[in-house]
Design a protein around this ligand. Structure first.
Ligand code: SF4
Length: 327
């Protein structure tokens, strides 16, 4: 089960672990990004520096004017809206093969949500919160991509989904590049249980696309498959679906196990369901039995190793939380 992974290409706000480019010349620390650095190809960008603002600089804010968002620097009363929009569109038009984004939370320039929107540039309370400038353009240009901010990525359930989706989509890029139906069949087969953890609906739909009963061209098949793959990853895998896959795969090895081993597995599922242990515990139990009993069918399933083991989060116990993080 020694796996090789394609390095995902990720755009990141430059002030997160890359450069002291914030308005106050500070850097944002993120343990998760530190961990990702050897595994991702990062494209670090600071829109405010790109449009010519210095470091340090007086802060900018989003002000609503005639229902349109404006990027204003209150101290100088300068309006940077046009420069910022031009930069964002030009930048996003020139990047290719991007698997996702990690943007600075709450930033008027980079934020994807929770950015304070003010009624005027003078000191006053925000009237609501939504995306900033780059954040808004990214959400429009790359609707289906993995787009997160560093604050949300402190949540283990969000991190787990982010990594699963990013690595699956970067591996699918290889399938598209190959233009080979056999590569698509292999991809679908190896991702079967991972997709099942996101629900039956899209696994079935994707299976039908690969079966190609409508005799469509390979180009159409790949396009349709990609669209539905994005839909499958639209939200994180539910805890119950992860358990369903664990139980399903347990069926392939259970006949070879003694009663103590079976009990250990069933207890681990209960502990996972109750948020006492991470998914990796029952998952690694199955994985070890797959190796021990040489279960060919499960050996290459990405569900057991959707991303490099070094990125595994041993503390991801809240993954079974019922909260909806993807609204
Ligand atoms: S949030 Fe964006 S614009 Fe602000 S410092 Fe960071 S990278 Fe630059």
């Amino acid at each position: 089960m020694v796996k090789s992974f394609i390095k995902p290409n990720i755009v990141i706000s430059r002030c997160i672990e890359f450069d002291k480019c914030r308005y106050n010349a500070q850097i944002i620390s993120s343990d998760f990004v530190k961990k990702l650095k050897p595994h991702f190809n990062f494209i670090a960008v600071c829109p405010e520096v790109e449009i010519g603002l210095g470091i340090p600089r007086s802060a900018v804010r989003v002000v609503l004017n005639n229902k349109k968002k404006q990027l204003i620097q209150p101290e100088t009363n300068k309006n940077f809206t046009e420069e910022m929009n031009e930069f964002c569109i030009d930048f996003l038009n020139h990047i290719e093969n991007i698997d996702g984004f990690i943007l600075k939370s709450r930033s008027p320039s980079c934020g994807i949500k929770d950015v304070r929107i003010y009624p005027k540039s003078e000191k006053t309370a925000p009237i609501y919160r939504e995306s900033g400038f780059l954040g808004e353009h990214v959400l429009k240009f790359f609707t289906n991509s993995s787009i997160e901010d560093e604050a949300r990525l402190r949540n283990p359930a969000i991190r787990e989904h982010f990594l699963r989706k990013i690595y699956t989509m970067s591996s699918f890029r290889k399938v598209i590049k190959s233009s080979d139906i056999n590569e698509l069949i292999k991809f679908h087969s190896e991702n079967k249980f991972l997709l099942l953890s996101y629900g039956q609906k899209y696994l079935k739909k994707l299976g039908q696309i690969v079966a190609n009963n409508k005799k469509q061209s390979l180009k159409t098949i790949l396009e349709e498959y990609e669209q539905n793959l994005y839909l499958a990853f639209n939200k994180g895998a539910r805890c119950t679906n992860n358990i369903n896959v664990l139980q399903h795969t347990f069926g392939y090895v259970s006949n070879n196990l003694n009663s103590d081993e079976k009990k250990m597995f069933i207890d681990s599922i209960t502990d996972f369901r109750n948020g006492r242990i991470s998914l990796s515990v029952p998952l690694n139990l199955i994985k070890s039995w797959v190796l021990r009993f040489d279960v060919e069918y499960l050996r290459n399933q990405t569900f057991f190793e959707p991303y490099p083991l070094e990125l595994l989060d041993a503390n991801a116990i809240s993954i079974c939380s019922l909260r909806e993080y993807w609204q």
